[in-house]
Design a protein around this ligand. Structure first.
Ligand SMILES: NC(=O)C1=CN([C@@H]2O[C@H](COP(=O)(O)OP(=O)(O)OC[C@H]3O[C@@H](n4cnc5c(N)ncnc54)[C@H](O)[C@@H]3O)[C@@H](O)[C@H]2O)C=CC1
Ligand SMILES: O=C(O)C(=O)COP(=O)(O)O
Length: 475
């Protein structure tokens, strides 16, 4: 990404006169890849907001009008931050089937999801007013990020707040698999005493092979070394080794050498079925496989074969190709036709996608993502966005009267800045910043000495440009 371009800065004006603040957000086009405005979309102005003496942050909307839908049991920590802003927050414990999701998403301004809710082009195209998506998790593969960007919809996530939780789960699983604890425990639950040491191992001195040495992989590397394991890792980029870990050049090198193989890659076209028959053949006989990344990364049928054939001595799966929307008795649906086969294997740990499910992680994610949403809704700041360029100007405060923040999301085509500056040039531009990411660019400008009556014209002029994806004016 190219660095933000600071286009123009003039001293700001400290004399402010207007005592009310209001702003506007408009819908983006449901159908076109790039939006051209139509008369039916949105209406000017937004809603008047009285400046409360206690409020230090600029509130660009009548905050009660901002509708937020939170799915999948987003932590209370996040809900509270959003409610405190005065937004309308509807929080559901589960994700929704596609038809219900489409119905619900039609008129919300903000949607908060976790890993289950699929925000496809089909779903997003029905979101008439959607401004921003909050993924209260790490993974963003469930959202069509490019389509969202082309509609001017920002997407935020929490890039590492649950990494430690996943790494700790994997450490537990390494020991549980090495000692066949799952099987022994199940036997005891059934009333069977079966004291064995055959093929039960210490993990000290064994080699852990980490596929994907990002936030989780590298955290795990440190924990595993502390327990006396040797760590090797494979990643598509060259990364600094922590401790005495060692990067290996190919996946096969890792599979040939590791006693435990653990997967920490995102869901990408290149990682789908990354571990299949060929890769199991490359593994040491008696090695173990752990997958807490995405269900798409492991070919389950090939895993079953490898375990039945004795190649793989144990496995832990936290994620599955299809996962149910809510808690309940969905086990077979989740595991598809091979459910029984998988369930009947020895030394296999099956958990319901709980890698990031700790109080600490969920609380931290709730706070981090909600704060990003508030910054974006109220101030237009895109820091941490995973699909729009990261653009920031300092937060405006209520003391800054007669100031407006213009946000213009537009197609990244030649000549746009000249046209935008022709429009903004009639005003006192204090600060302007612009950056692009692929096809989409994001421009933010603070203008001072602007009167309420002028803002509508400014807004409509920007909306009239053919490069427009979405325009917001906050004041
Ligand atoms: N089970 C659970 O509850 C959770 C699962 N996850 C999953 O774990 C994944 C990894 O998380 P992080 O470590 O935070 O991600 P990250 O983005 O920090 O690291 C991923 C690493 O994988 C590497 N990578 C990408 N493609 C690769 C390939 N084809 N071969 C080898 N390496 C490749 C990247 O270069 C990067 O270093 C997430 O994308 C998410 O899908 C994340 C959190 C919780
Ligand atoms: O953070 C992630 O990517 C995860 O996989 C955790 O997802 P969850 O929040 O448990 O739906």
């Amino acid at each position: 990404m190219s660095p933000p371009q600071d286009i123009r800065a003039t001293p700001s004006n400290s004399e402010r006169a207007v005592s009310t603040s209001f702003g506007q957000q408009l819908s983006t086009s449901p159908s076109a890849a790039f939006h051209t405005p139509t008369a039916s979309q949105g209406s000017w102005p937004g809603h008047l907001v009285q400046r409360a003496a206690s409020e230090k942050q600029l509130k660009p909307f009548n905050t009660q009008d901002v509708k937020i839908l939170l799915l999948e049991n987003v932590n209370k920590s996040g809900q509270e931050i959003l409610k405190k802003q005065g937004y309308q927050v509807e929080a559901l414990k589960t994700s929704l089937p596609e038809d219900e999701l489409i119905e619900k998403i039609k008129d919300v301004h903000v949607i908060g999801i976790r890993s289950k809710t699929k925000l496809t082009e089909k779903v997003l195209s029905k979101a008439n007013n959607l401004l921003v998506v909050g993924c209260f998790c790490i993974g963003t593969n469930q959202v069509d990020l490019d389509y969202a960007a082309r509609q001017g919809i920002a997407v935020f996530n929490s890039p590492f707040a649950n990494s430690r939780s996943v790494a700790e789960l994997v450490i537990a699983e390494i020991i549980v698999l090495a000692r066949q604890l799952g099987d022994r425990s199940n036997e005891m639950h059934r009333g069977t005493w079966n004291k064995v040491s055959a093929k039960c191992w210490e993990i000290r001195g064994k080699t852990l092979g980490i596929v994907g040495y990002g936030h989780i992989g590298s955290q795990l590397s440190v924990l595993a070394e502390a327990m006396g394991m040797n760590v090797i890792y494979y990643d598509v980029v060259t990364l600094m080794a922590l401790g005495t870990a060692r990067q290996v050049p190919t996946l096969d090198d890792l599979l040939n050498e590791a006693d435990f193989v653990t997967l920490h890659v995102p869901d990408l076209p290149e990682t789908r079925n990354m571990i299949s028959t060929k890769q199991f053949e490359q593994m040491k006989t008696g090695a173990y496989l752990i997958n807490a990344s995405r269900g798409s990364v492991v070919d389950i049928a090939a895993l079953i074969k490898a375990m039945n054939g004795g190649k793989v001595a144990g496995a832990a799966l936290d994620v599955y190709p299809h996962e149910p929307a809510a808690n309940g008795d969905y086990f077979n649906a989740t595991l598809n036709s091979w459910g029984d086969e998988l369930r009947n294997l020895n030394n296999i740990i099956l958990t319901p996608h709980i890698g990031g499910s700790t109080e600490e992680a969920q609380r931290a994610i709730g706070i981090e993502v909600s704060e990003a949403l508030v910054r974006y809704i109220n101030q237009g700041i895109t820091l941490g966005s995973v699909n729009l360029p990261e653009v920031q100007l300092r937060s405006l405060t209520l003391e800054e009267e007669n100031t407006a923040r213009v946000i213009y999301i537009h197609k990244n085509v030649p000549g746009v800045l000249r046209r935008v500056n022709e429009i903004l040039g009639d005003h006192n531009v204090d600060k302007q910043i612009s950056d692009n990411r692929g096809d989409v660019a994001y421009l933010m400008a603070d203008i001072s000495k602007v009167q309420v009556g002028e803002i509508k014209d400014l807004y409509e002029s920007l909306e009239g440009l053919s490069s427009r994806i979405a325009t917001r004016v906050l004041y």
